[in-house]
Design a protein around this ligand. Structure first.
Ligand SMILES: Cc1cc2nc3c(=O)[nH]c(=O)nc-3n(C[C@H](O)[C@H](O)[C@H](O)COP(=O)(O)OP(=O)(O)OC[C@H]3O[C@@H](n4cnc5c(N)ncnc54)[C@H](O)[C@@H]3O)c2cc1C
Length: 326
């Protein structure tokens, strides 16, 4: 504030006023208009309305490969015993974590955002969609260990998915649509919402049952508060994701003996790993190649993954922007 800054909370950007390839002002949902020399756009990887706005205004954006899969949860005591090679974790040791990666038919399958002593949480941003994520309280003292388990997704995967599931869909009318991967992400989230039966109940399967394609008669206790519903996840996830995860889990069971177990539960879907869209920018100036005073920033623009890298990207964007307009 002392340096001339003003923070406006609860303001939703709904439009950019563009003249001669420059954003002259930003409009918000309450009808206000804010003029300025430049715009740093850091609206995160779930701001689908912003991606649609950019596309509608013919501001260059690109489909960006991302990763989608499930969240898996084990008893923390099991992960401790595997990682520390002991039956009970010593009180001086922290709850154990892990990182797993496997190449399955030239496609990466990997653990993501592993949360020791953590909680699986609902993370959807639109009604009718189901997204799970994970977090750990500072004491990491929950009895569960959860992790994202995701598979790389490229543009062709989304095109093939829509060809198979809905060949007449609007999404397929233009295979070069930069929003295709975002539509794919949303379609899986909607399928998961329906499979859970609503109210953010998540479709789930025990881990060995998942690899054997067998419906689980019961599900273990777990940390996901809205509840889980026994489902054959092969009917929910795209086949290439389901099969890659099945093979990945078998490989992970060999790398970490005891990891592949029916005491673990697989919950769908972990879909917001990174942005399915990239907003391009010049590597030297950080400005958009077409709209010269637009600075795409952070995870939503495709330049960060996680809190620290997003913060650092914000700092860099602010510096480049200040240099340009000082
Ligand atoms: C449950 C959970 C746990 C996580 N745990 C970790 C972790 O342990 N470590 C880690 O590094 N990362 C973690 N992450 C990821 C981390 O939160 C993100 O990587 C990071 O916040 C991205 O920062 P960002 O500034 O690019 O976007 P965001 O933090 O998503 O910020 C974007 C902002 O833009 C606003 N916005 C969107 N659209 C508009 C609009 N039209 N008008 C105005 N404002 C708008 C949003 O409301 C939001 O405030 C976690 C994420 C979740 C959901």
């Amino acid at each position: 504030m002392d340096c001339g800054g003003l923070f406006l909370f609860e303001k939703k950007v709904t439009n950019f006023k563009i003249e001669n390839d420059l954003i002259k002002s930003v409009e918000t949902a309450d009808g206000n208009k804010y003029d300025g020399d430049a715009v740093i756009l850091a609206t995160g990887h779930s701001a689908r309305d912003i991606f649609e706005l950019l596309h509608r205004q013919q501001i260059l954006i690109e489909a960006k490969p991302f990763a989608l899969g499930v969240r898996i949860e084990h008893p923390q005591s099991l992960i401790d015993s595997i990682q520390y090679h002991c039956s009970i974790r010593d009180q001086h040791l922290p709850p154990a974590s892990y990182g797993l990666v496997e190449q399955v038919a030239e496609r990466g399958v990997f653990s993501f955002c592993m949360c020791p002593g953590g909680i699986i949480a609902p993370a959807a941003t639109n009604p009718g969609e189901l997204v799970v994520n994970g977090w750990s309280p500072s004491k990491r003292n929950n009895p569960y260990a959860n992790s994202g388990m995701v598979v790389q997704v490229a543009l062709d995967d989304a095109i093939n998915y829509f060809k198979k599931t809905n060949p007449d869909s609007n999404e397929l009318k233009n295979e070069k649509n930069p929003l295709l991967l975002m539509y794919f992400q949303s379609a899986i989230e909607q399928t998961c919402f329906k499979a859970g039966g609503g109210k953010l109940v998540a479709p789930a399967q025990r881990m060995v049952d998942f690899t054997n394609n067998k419906i689980s008669p019961t599900l273990p206790s777990n940390s996901y508060l809205p509840g889980i519903h026994s489902t054959n996840l092969s009917e929910v996830l795209p086949t290439f994701i389901h099969k890659s995860l099945q093979e990945g889990f078998k490989a992970f069971g060999k790398k970490m003996p005891g990891y592949l177990t029916n005491d673990a539960v697989v919950v769908a879907t972990e879909s917001r790993t990174s942005s399915p869209v990239r907003i391009p920018r010049d590597a030297n100036t950080f400005a958009h190649p077409q709209i010269k005073n637009l600075y795409p920033c952070g995870e939503g623009a495709g330049y960060a993954g996680g809190i620290v890298s997003a913060a650092m990207d914000g700092e860099k964007c602010a510096l480049f922007c200040a240099q340009q307009f000082a």
